[in-house]
Design a protein around this ligand. Structure first.
Ligand code: SF4
Length: 197
């Protein structure tokens, strides 16, 4: 009981000591330190620890809001809207504001699930393995299906064996590169994008 009383009186004393009103009544100006509680005095800017700031584009939709990525020791610690972006002018919607959670989530999938032809089970494979396999198969299909001319001799230089379906998060620059690589480079003519704006 004594212990509880002591802790209670310590808390009351701390509250009174930290309360700005008695200090102001004692003559300290409201514009001085008297107006600050210990909690306020201990508050730190949330980005104070960042040692690097990078720029990025929100990956969630085709609006393409600009972002500032704050990092400490190479690890992101905060994401906010870039005020220099003419698109979002420093703002982010709730999805974009949640980008840090997506970056750091332990639930984030970093492996690829692969199901071999005729198999009834998925296997975990590294992303690099999947990228290499996609590149090899793309080349193979392109070589097998590329048509230089029609039977009447007209030049077409295209393949109907490959197609591309883009996502809403792709921005202008990415779509430009896709068009150049897939269309001009591979001869793909079935290229679609799910742009929402
Ligand atoms: S999801 Fe939100 S923050 Fe991200 S680009 Fe779209 S509108 Fe901007």
């Amino acid at each position: 009981m004594t212990k509880i009383r002591r802790r209670l009186s310590e808390r009351v004393a701390g509250f009174v000591r930290d309360w700005s009103l008695p200090r102001q009544m004692a003559g300290q100006s409201v514009m001085s330190e008297a107006a600050r509680s210990t909690t306020s005095a201990n508050l730190r800017p949330r980005l104070e620890e960042a040692d690097r700031i990078g720029t990025s584009v929100c990956p969630f939709c085709a609006v393409g809001c600009g972002q500032l990525i704050y990092a400490k020791n190479g690890r992101p610690i905060h994401v906010e809207g870039d005020p220099r972006s003419p698109i979002n002018q420093g703002t982010l919607c709730p999805k974009g504001a949640g980008t840090l959670g997506m970056l750091l989530s332990p639930e984030r999938i970093s492996d690829v699930l692969y199901r071999a032809p005729y198999s009834d089970r998925w296997e975990k494979r590294p992303l690099a393995w999947a990228m290499e396999r996609i590149a090899q198969l793309t080349k193979q299909v392109r070589d097998e299906t590329f048509a230089g001319t029609l039977p009447d001799g007209r030049i077409i230089n295209h393949t109907l064996g490959l197609g591309s379906l883009g996502g809403a998060t792709m921005d202008n620059e990415e779509n430009y590169l896709i068009k150049k690589l897939f269309g001009g480079g591979l001869g793909m003519i079935n290229i679609e994008n799910q742009a929402r704006i």
